[in-house]
Design a binder for this molecule. Structure first.
Ligand code: ADP
Length: 213
């Protein structure tokens, strides 16, 4: 929202001195309260200022448009932005895992067992670490270097993207497997990998939210 020079001055005054009454603001600007009234209305409606009866105006810091963006962001769910999962088996060799990463153009692989059940995650650095030792990349399996369940941080399609993004930051990782939880015949909870949610997905969300064409 564009504000006028005078409205900008009002915001600065309220920021510095609030809570402050309309009369006091008018005095500081050498204007009448009546002249100021439309400006105060605009700023209050935009959410920049809040007004309390008998207290005066104070700075709320949030414009309506900020609040709208935050509102839209909170409604987005992982399932609407996830990418397809790229999976390997625990027995896959380091060599094949590296080739898969290049071919699929991804930075990490979900490691799954029969039925797509999540067993681990293997990232670029895991593979670099394994190849720094003198491992035979054609023989050594991904299982020796991956991060394993139950230490995997994952997400679900109905999780808000903000919470998933927070997990990525908190755990300093690049992506989360997206899983569907189900109970198998033996009554055990299983996590089936149905996607991946990455920093790239989050970047796309940012671009879409900011795209006002
Ligand atoms: P990179 O290796 O490219 O820096 P990450 O930062 O994602 O990629 O991975 C860093 C470490 O965290 C690796 O050891 C990897 O196995 C592990 N890791 C990656 N993703 C997850 C996850 N979703 N849950 C738990 N550990 C993970």
């Amino acid at each position: 929202m564009e504000i006028t020079e005078r409205q900008g001055k009002i915001v600065e005054i309220v920021k510095a001195k609030g809570p402050i009454t309309g009369e006091q603001i008018a005095d500081l600007l050498n204007l009448t309260r009546a002249t100021l009234r439309p400006d105060l209305t605009v700023l209050t409606m935009a959410g920049l200022l809040d007004a309390r009866p008998r207290v005066g105006y104070y700075y709320s810091g949030k414009s309506k448009s900020d609040a709208l963006v935050a509102d839209r962001l909170r409604k987005l769910r992982v399932g609407d932005f996830k990418s397809v999962p790229i999976v390997v088996r625990e027995e896959t060799t380091l060599y094949d895992a590296i080739v898969t990463m290049f071919l699929e153009d991804v930075g990490s692989l979900a490691v799954v067992s029969e039925g797509g059940i999540l067993e681990g995650v293997c990232s670029r650095k895991d593979l670099l670490k394994a190849t720094l030792g003198k491992s035979d990349v054609h023989k050594v399996p991904v299982g020796v270097t991956m991060t394993r369940m139950p230490n995997i941080i994952f997400t679900t399609p109905d999780e808000p993207v903000l919470l998933a993004a927070r997990k990525i930051i908190q755990h300093q990782i690049d992506s989360l497997p997206v899983v569907r939880t189900y109970i198998d015949d033996a009554g055990n909870e299983k996590l089936e990998v149905i996607g991946r949610f990455t920093k790239t997905n989050i970047t796309r969300i940012l671009v879409e939210l900011g795209d006002i064409r």
